[in-house]
Design a protein. Structure first.
Length: 279
């Protein structure tokens, strides 16, 4: 593996490129529809999101050395020594600096929201606060830094303006925050057994069963939050149905590697019980 491949692996695009860019792009679409602004927002948030994963790798190196799943997949080249600390710091500076500088050229307060996203991503991983090690703060910070703030940033960067607190972009950012809270809960559920031996997460703290209950509660809360938003802002019925389906379907899809085997075991148990009763 050459140096460029190691740098690319540090970005971990496979973990996020199909999901997290949706939120700033949704904000940009709400502001300007299909426009060239979508390309600008995607490019900026490719760097911003990649920064979040690189700085996470930087501060999680010792943990990742003991994490069986991440070691096997080689998700942190810094942890295995194939990239130096200086190179990782340089990547962080470039990935944070490029979108900050570029956002200066865009009219409005997009720069402020880009900066807020970068601050939240840093506080999530870096000591002394390191929210990812704190009960509930890991989930809330994750929702804000990947959902709410990027949505608002995309909206502003595409030319939108937030003139009042009770507005569709602010309400939409709340739903995006809840959805990204769900995303971390799903991740913590899937990594529960590896995390149990290496680090602290909210799901590790409350247990796998309670973590699943928390995911279900957050999912219901996101739908409950969206219902009055849809009514108040008169969102189209088809759009409402699609969004509710996504809010309900994402946690199921995210946990599919656990749910499919569990459903198979349940089916086999049911069939075995029926066979025993017929005998």
């Amino acid at each position: 593996m050459n140096k460029l491949q190691r740098y690319w692996r540090m970005l971990r695009p496979g973990d996020w490129v199909k999901f997290y860019p949706l939120f700033p792009l949704a904000g940009a679409f709400l502001a300007a529809g299909l426009s060239s602004g979508l390309i600008t927002v995607f490019a900026l948030f490719f760097c911003v999101t990649a920064y979040g994963f690189v700085i996470n790798n930087l501060y999680d190196a010792e943990i990742d050395k003991r994490h069986a799943g991440k070691t096997k997949q080689g998700k942190n080249p810094f942890a295995d020594g194939s990239i130096s600390k200086g190179e990782v710091v340089g990547m962080c500076v470039a990935l944070a600096g490029l979108p900050l500088l570029a956002s200066f050229a865009v009219p409005g307060t997009g720069f402020v929201f880009i900066l807020l996203c970068l601050i939240a991503l840093t506080l999530y991983s870096a000591p002394p606060l390191r929210f990812k090690d704190r009960f509930a703060a890991d989930i809330i910070c994750h929702g804000v830094m990947f959902g709410g703030l990027p949505f608002l940033a995309g909206y502003i960067l595409a030319g939108g303006a937030i003139t009042e607190l009770l507005s569709l972009p602010v309400a939409s950012a709340l739903v995006c925050t809840l959805l990204c809270c769900e995303a971390l809960i799903v991740h913590e559920i899937l990594d529960y057994h590896d995390d149990l031996e290496t680090t602290y997460t909210t799901v590790v703290g409350i247990g796998l069963r309670n973590g699943s209950l928390l995911l279900g509660t957050t999912t219901v809360l996101s739908v409950v939050a969206f219902a009055p938003i849809s009514w108040w802002f008169a969102i189209d019925v088809a759009a409402t149905a699609a969004i509710v389906s996504f809010l309900l379907g994402y946690p199921v899809y995210g946990c599919r590697t656990l749910l499919v085997p569990a459903a198979g075991r349940g089916y086999r148990t049911l069939m075995n019980n029926r066979i025993l009763r017929t005998r």
